[in-house]
Design a protein around this ligand. Sequence first.
Ligand code: IMP
Length: 198
Amino acid sequence: MKIVLATNNAHKLSEFKSCFAQLNVGAEIVSLSEIGFSGDIVEDADSFEGNAYIKAKTICDFSGMISIADDSGLIVDCLSNAPGVYSARYAGENATDRENIDKLLYELSLRPDEAKTARFVCCICVCRPDGEHIFVRGESVGEIINELRGEGTFGYDPVFYYPPLNKTFAEMDSVEKNSVSHRGAAIAELLKNREFFE
Ligand code: IMP
């Protein structure tokens, strides 16, 4: 079986593929370019669930295939849950990962006495061509550190420190990150609903 992953983010694609392989799921994940989709999807909902649904539904309607979308982000307690659904564009439209991290560290530097606890949230929506859809959610709790550690991943990984492993997400390999990440937790939850794919 082939399932489309509604993202252009190569890191998300590889995390999904490796998670499905680790969890022994037979389905093959295909990308948006493999199904010939090059349009823009406007993610204008105010919740992770809402944006995940917009992406999965758009691609399901386009492809006629089961489609999965992940909407994820970082929630920082002392920033009143920012950047949240705006994680990808915290420092402005088209901001780079580095610009978003710099903005985050700047905002935190204004609050030297506050705890820097944070969590990543991942909401996955799967849409079936018959119109049915399901949601699952995963979270991972850590803290933001004010130096970048590790490289090769994406987003806020270099400043998201995960105390139980004494590493940032960027210092983990993909198997290790999947085993503790919000995305890994959401995918594990998703696979409790295998009958939805049959
Ligand atoms: P989305 O593609 O609209 O879901 O945007 C999610 C944004 O949240 C990304 O651009 C990253 O900035 C951040 N993010 C989500 N998941 C992760 C992760 O696993 N590591 C680092 N940053 C993440």
